[in-house]
Structure formats: C-alpha cells, structure tokens
Design a protein around this ligand. Structure first.
Ligand SMILES: *[C@@H]1O[C@H](CO)[C@@H](O)[C@H](O)[C@H]1NC(C)=O
Ligand SMILES: *[C@@H]1O[C@H](CO)[C@@H](O)[C@H](O)[C@H]1NC(C)=O
Ligand SMILES: *[C@@H]1O[C@H](CO)[C@@H](O)[C@H](O)[C@H]1NC(C)=O
Ligand SMILES: *[C@@H]1O[C@H](CO)[C@@H](O)[C@H](O)[C@H]1NC(C)=O
Ligand SMILES: *[C@@H]1O[C@H](CO)[C@@H](O)[C@H](O)[C@H]1NC(C)=O
Ligand SMILES: *[C@@H]1O[C@H](CO)[C@@H](O)[C@H](O)[C@H]1NC(C)=O
Length: 399
C-alpha cells in the first residue's frame, strides 16, 4: 500500500519533470525573442499609465461579503492534474529561463481545463501581504492627508529627484483617499488585449461594482458589446496626451469629448513617476477643472509604486517598471473582494492559434523590453490558480 503511494508519487514527479523539460525546449535566440511577449498592452516608456478607481460613494462602506459572484464557474474539486499544474507554475517562476509564447499557451490550455474557485484564505493572505508592503488603501494615490504641504516628494523612478509640494500643487490633491468605501465587492480590471475582440464580455464587465480600465481605451461604438462602457477609474499614460491630443495645446475639445465617455470616472496619472510626466499631468488636471468636467484627476503615489515594485521584485518580477495592468490588479486585490481580469493576454494568438491583434481596438505592436511580461503573466496565472483572482481567457456567455 505505502509502496504503491510512493511509486505513484515518484512517477508523477518524473512526469512533471519531463513536462517541464518540454516547456523549456530551447529555440534559436532570434526566434525566441520574436516569440517572447515583452510588453504589456497599452503601456509605453516614460509614461506609465496609472490606474484610477472610480469610487462612486466613498463614504458608504460596502459590507464585506465572502460570497463569490462567480458561482456558476466554480466546481470546488481541484483535480490532481490541476494541483500539479499549480506546482509546476510555481517552479517555473523561479527559473531565469525565458519561455516561448507556445510554452505559455500550452500551460494556459491546461489551466483552462481546471475549475476555478475563489480561495478565501489565499485571498486574505495575499491581501494582507500587499497591505503590509504597500497599503493601497492609504497610499495608492497622493492625497492632502498623506502628502502635507512642505513634503519633498521623491519621484517613483527618478527617485533621487524630488518635487517640493507647495500650496499650488497640494490643492490639486483630494483631501483624503477617495477609497474609504472599500472593499468593493466585484471588480473588473479590463486590459486592452486583442483577445477581447468579439468576446461579448461587455455586459458581464458592466455588471461589476467597479471597473478599472487602462490608458483611455475606446469604449463606445462597436466595441461596447465586447468591453462594456462602465468605468470607475481609467489610467492615462501621459504619452497618449502627447500623441493624441498634442499635449492639450489645441486638441482640448477632442480631449474633453473623449473623456466624457467615461462618465464620472477617476482619471489616474503617474504624475510623479518621471519628471517629464509632471507638467502634462497637471495640465490634464487644470484642463478638466477649467471646463468643470465631471471626472476627477488623481495621481499615483510614487511611494506606493516603488513599494509595489519592490514587492513584485521579491517574486521575481525584476523589470525596469511594472506594467499598468499589474499595478491595477494589485490595487484591486486590496480594494475589492472579488477581482476578475479581462483582456490580459500578452500573446499574438489564441489558444487555437488564431492570430490576434495587439489591442482590441488596433494592432500597434508593443515596445520591447520595457516590462517583463512573461514574468508578470506567470505571476497572474499563479494568482489565478490559487484562487486569489480570476483571469478571464475566452468569450463570455451571453445571458
Ligand atoms: C452566501 O451565500 C449563501 C448561500 O447562497 C447565503 O445563505 C448567504 O447568506 C450568503 N452570504 C452573504 C454574506 O451574502
Ligand atoms: C523559489 O526560490 C526561492 C529561493 O530560492 C525559494 O525560497 C522558494 O521556495 C522557491 N519557490 C518554489 C515554488 O520553488
Ligand atoms: C525639502 O527640501 C528643501 C530644499 O532642499 C529643504 O529646505 C526642506 O527642509 C525640505 N523639507 C523637508 C520636509 O524635508
Ligand atoms: C460596426 O460594425 C459594423 C458591421 O460590422 C460596421 O458596418 C460599422 O461601420 C461598425 N461601426 C463602427 C463605429 O465601427
Ligand atoms: C453604455 O452603453 C449602453 C448601451 O450600449 C448605453 O445605453 C449607455 O448610455 C452607455 N453608458 C455610457 C456611460 O455611455
Ligand atoms: C476583430 O476581429 C475581426 C474578425 O473577427 C477582425 O476583422 C477585426 O479586424 C478585429 N479587430 C481588430 C481591431 O483587430
């Protein structure tokens, strides 16, 4: 009996090892670098997108509930295969080797066969870790509370540079964190990947209590049925203000019109990540204020982002800078009870090898080498396997 169990365990580990070796199958360097997924969607250098959560009624705390809303998707029994997959994913993240896109797609194919269920204990543990390193509840965005007049605020990336916070800057900050109503029950974090094209996920996304989006993505017209249009917080990468709105020197009307699609969302900018971001971020604030826009501007707290980068670095994500998607997903875990990620798919094709566009709205190619997308993605896959968050990969059921 005991011998049988031991043998079984031995055979299983051998097969796992074999499987792992297959995943590491080396390819020639140029092919590999072509295949590697280097960039997060929608994020470009020098202008990190910030995540803004729109909190509708910051003063009414939402009662904590342990019930998952994704009941229809859960089957509580993890098969042994799925458990093994969890272990192999974990050890993958410890290797310095890089994996090709096809390796990832193979792993995800297996993951998709496993039932997903929220794991309350894992969720609490992970949230507690994030809270002790980073504390999004207090420090996610700069506020008058956490950044008094006279502070010399260090930049996130150019951390030797500081900006003195005088009255004129201070009054742009909200008095305190607008997130006092946390935790929100169901949050959707919507990435911009091409996999959302024809996903029909719009209705499901819009049912969430809070919807985070990245870098002013289109949400009107034909894309609405795939991505929804509810937006509580949307990040703005300062580079999009330069590219699309001429740094707000002349395209102000267009900017205001585009922004109006997001209702009363928070617009979140990384004003204090690079010095070059600061002026343009303030300009967004002033432009919206002058026109009495409904949207509120927030700035990522540079300290929060530094701590968060440090947190993920201890898990092997050593990129120059985290992607906006990982920043937002981390924030959402602290602020929400149930986190579901849509449009996170840093690959050029589907599981069935159908080619995909880079974004659901265009096919601009990502810049290489800025983020560490494969490492980030394997972390997200691990959180998915552990039941901390749910990555949505495919189409949505139409109700
Ligand atoms: C959770 O769901 C169960 C069964 O559906 C229900 O009895 C219970 O009241 C729910 N709890 C909360 C906090 O919603
Ligand atoms: C990864 O490596 C670290 C340090 O070497 C070790 O503590 C940890 O247990 C490893 N994790 C896994 C899943 O192998
Ligand atoms: C901020 O920097 C200025 C000039 O370097 C210095 O005079 C001031 O004391 C600093 N303030 C704080 C709170 O450290
Ligand atoms: C929406 O899709 C239809 C049919 O696919 C197309 O004719 C129409 O031009 C599209 N509209 C927009 C705004 O893209
Ligand atoms: C979202 O889309 C629905 C239907 O497509 C529309 O009725 C609603 O007005 C839109 N909401 C916003 C904020 O644009
Ligand atoms: C979305 O998918 C359709 C085919 O399903 C394709 O014709 C269209 O170009 C895609 N849109 C983008 C932005 O890639």
């Amino acid at each position: 009996m005991r011998l049988g169990v031991t043998l079984l365990a031995l055979v299983t580990s051998l097969m796992l090892l074999l499987l792992l070796r297959l995943f590491w199958c080396p390819v020639d360097t140029s092919a590999r670098s072509r295949q590697l997924v280097e960039e997060s969607r929608g994020d470009t250098r020098g202008a990190s997108t910030a995540l803004r959560t729109t909190l509708r009624s910051p003063t009414t705390p939402v009662p904590r509930t342990r019930n998952s809303t994704y009941l229809d998707e859960m089957t509580p029994k993890l098969t042994d295969n799925c458990k093994n997959l969890q272990y192999s994913l974990k050890s993958l993240s410890n290797k310095t080797r890089r994996y090709s896109e096809d390796d990832y797609l193979q792993i995800i194919t297996n993951i998709q066969k496993c039932p997903w269920r929220r794991h309350a204990q894992e969720y609490e543990n992970f949230r507690a870790k994030l809270a002790s390193c980073c504390d999004a509840v207090q420090y996610f965005v700069v506020s008058q509370n956490n950044t008094p007049v006279g502070t010399n605020l260090s930049y996130e990336v150019e951390s030797k540079k500081q900006i003195p916070i005088r009255e004129n800057i201070f009054h742009m900050f909200p008095v305190s964190q607008p997130f006092v109503g946390y935790p929100f029950n169901h949050c959707a974090v919507v990435g911009n990947a091409g996999i959302l094209n024809k996903s029909l996920c719009g209705a499901e996304i819009d049912k969430s209590d809070f919807v985070f989006r990245c870098n002013l993505p289109p949400i009107t017209g034909n894309v609405t049925e795939d991505v929804g249009n509810k937006t509580n917080l949307v990040t703005i990468n300062p580079s999009i203000i330069a590219l699309k709105y001429k740094n707000l020197e002349g395209k102000i009307e267009k900017f205001l019109k585009d922004i109006s699609n997001y209702g009363d969302a928070f617009l979140l900018l990384p004003a204090f990540s690079f010095r070059i971001n600061t002026g343009i971020s303030f300009k967004v604030y002033q432009t919206l204020k002058k026109s009495n826009a409904r949207q509120k501007v927030l700035f990522f707290h540079p300290r929060y982002l530094r701590q968060l980068a440090f947190f993920w670095r201890t898990k092997g994500v050593t990129a120059f800078r985290l992607s906006t998607g990982l920043m937002i997903a981390s924030v959402a875990i602290e602020l929400c009870e149930n986190v579901k990620l849509y449009g996170f798919w840093p690959f050029s094709k589907t599981i069935d090898k159908t080619p995909l566009s880079h974004h659901y709205y265009d096919n601009k190619l990502p810049k290489r080498g800025f983020h560490q997308m494969p490492k980030e993605y394997s972390q997200m896959l691990q959180l998915h396997m552990r039941g901390v968050l749910k990555l949505h990969f495919g189409k949505c059921e139409i109700p």
